[in-house]
Ligand binder design. Structure first.
Ligand code: TRP
Length: 336
C-alpha cells in the first residue's frame, strides 16, 4: 500500500443530508474512482465516542454512514475505506504524538475554547465543566489519522482548517525531535463546492434543523420540498432564480443546459407549486436508486462489515510497518 494522496475522515453522527452530499460526499466519491490516486476515507468512530456514549447508537450511526457512502457510489475497491477503530496503530500513534504535543497548542483549539466560553457565559464555577479529555485532545487523534498514512492532501470543511495547522505543527515537532518521518499534509478547502440552502433559506445545517435528509421515503422527501420557503409572487409573475432556495438546490444537481432552461422558466413566471413538484421529481430520480441500495445495505450489516474489514486490511499494509518505524525512532523496539 502507498501513502495517501488524499485522506479524509467522516464523522459518524447524525443522518447525512443533501448539504453533506453536495459539499463532501459527492466530491469524495469522484476522487474515490480515480485509478491514478490513492485515497483513504474512514469512519471516525473514535472521534464520535467523544460525543456519543450510547453503544447501540454508536454502532448504528457508523453503519448508516458507511451504507450512505457506499450507496452513493464510493468506489471502495479502488480507494481505501475503513473504520478508524479497526486500525489500532492510529490510537498507538495518538499517544506518541500526545507526548510531543504542547498543551498550549490544544488550549488554543476553537472547539475547546468555544466550550470554555460557553461555561463562562453561563457563569459556571468550573470553566472546564462537561469537557472531557477526549474533546480537549481531539486534534491529536485527528493528527494521528492523517500522519499514520502520511497523507499529502486532506480535503475538509473550513471549520477543520485549524486542525490541519495543528497536525503540521505536531508533525514538525516529531520530525525535529526524532527523525523526519512525516510529510506535512496540505489542507484542501474547496471554495467551489456548493453550499446548499436549507428549508428556511439559511445554509442547510443540522444546527439549524433545516435539512433534507438524503434517504427519506419518497413521500417524506416530497413533503419536505413542499415546505421550502418561497415568496408570495403568484403564477405568471417573473421570479428571481438567484435569491430562490428551490433554484439553488436545483442548480446543485442539474446540468448546465437544464439550469439555463430553468432560469428562463423563472423569468416566464413558473408557479411555486410547479417548481416544487419538478424539484421533487428531479431529486427523487437521482436518489431513487441509492435509496434502495441504502435500505438493502442497512438490512445486511454483514455486507458493510465485509467491505470495512477489507478496507482495514489494505490500510494496515501501510500502518503496521510505518508504526514500527515510528516506534523505533522513539526508542521502542519490538522484543523477540
Ligand atoms: N474532524 C473531522 C470533522 O469533524 C473529521 C475527521 C476526523 C477528519 N479525523 C480526520 C477529517 C482526519 C480529515 C482528516 O469533519
Amino acid at each position: 500500500m502507498k501513502n495517501a494522496d488524499f485522506l479524509t475522515g467522516i464523522t459518524t453522527t447524525g443522518t447525512p443530508h443533501l448539504g453533506n452530499y453536495v459539499g463532501a460526499i459527492r466530491p469524495a466519491v469522484e476522487t474515490s474512482k480515480d485509478p491514478g490516486l490513492v485515497s483513504y476515507y474512514f469512519l471516525a468512530d473514535y472521534h464520535s465516542l467523544i460525543k456519543n456514549h450510547d453503544p447501540k447508537l454508536l454502532r448504528q450511526s457508523a453503519l448508516e454512514i458507511a451504507a450512505a457512502w457506499i450507496a452513493l457510489g464510493l468506489d471502495y475497491k479502488n480507494c481505501v475505506f475503513y473504520r478508524q477503530s479497526d486500525i489500532p496503530e492510529i490510537t498507538e500513534l495518538t499517544w506518541i504524538l500526545t507526548s510531543v504535543c504542547a498543551k498550549g497548542l490544544m488550549n488554543r483549539a476553537h472547539a475547546y475554547k468555544a466550550a470554555v466560553d460557553e461555561n463562562e457565559n453561563i457563569k459556571s464555577k468550573d470553566p472546564d465543566k462537561g469537557i472531557t479529555m477526549g474533546l480537549f485532545s481531539y486534534p491529536i487523534l485527528m493528527a494521528a489519522d492523517i500522519l499514520m498514512f502520511n497523507a499529502a492532501k486532506v480535503p475538509v470543511g473550513k471549520d477543520q482548517v485549524q486542525h490541519l495547522e495543528m497536525t503540521r505543527d505536531i508533525a514538525s515537532r516529531f520530525n525535529h525531535l526524532y527523525k523526519k518521518l512525516f510529510h506535512l499534509p496540505e489542507v484542501v478547502v474547496d471554495e467551489n463546492t456548493a453550499v446548499l440552502s436549507g428549508l428556511d433559506g439559511r445554509k442547510m445545517s443540522k444546527s439549524y434543523q433545516n435539512t433534507i435528509p438524503l434517504f427519506e421515503t419518497e413521500k417524506r422527501l416530497r413533503k419536505l420540498i413542499m415546505k421550502i420557503t418561497t415568496n408570495s409572487l403568484g403564477p405568471d409573475e417573473p421570479k428571481d432564480p438567484e435569491s430562490c432556495t428551490l433554484f439553488s438546490i436545483y442548480k446543485a444537481f442539474a446540468k448546465p443546459d437544464e439550469i439555463k432552461q430553468m432560469e428562463n422558466r423563472y423569468k416566464e413566471g413558473i408557479a411555486w407549486g410547479t417548481m416544487k413538484q419538478e424539484l421533487f421529481e428531479y431529486l427523487n430520480n437521482i436518489l431513487k436508486q441509492p435509496r434502495q441500495e441504502y435500505e438493502k445495505l442497512v438490512q445486511n450489516a454483514g455486507d458493510i462489515d465485509a467491505i470495512l474489514i477489507q478496507g482495514a486490511k489494505k490500510a494496515r499494509e501501510y500502518s503496521v510497518p510505518f508504526l514500527d518505524k515510528i516506534r523505533k525512532a522513539v526508542g521502542i523496539q519490538s522484543l523477540g
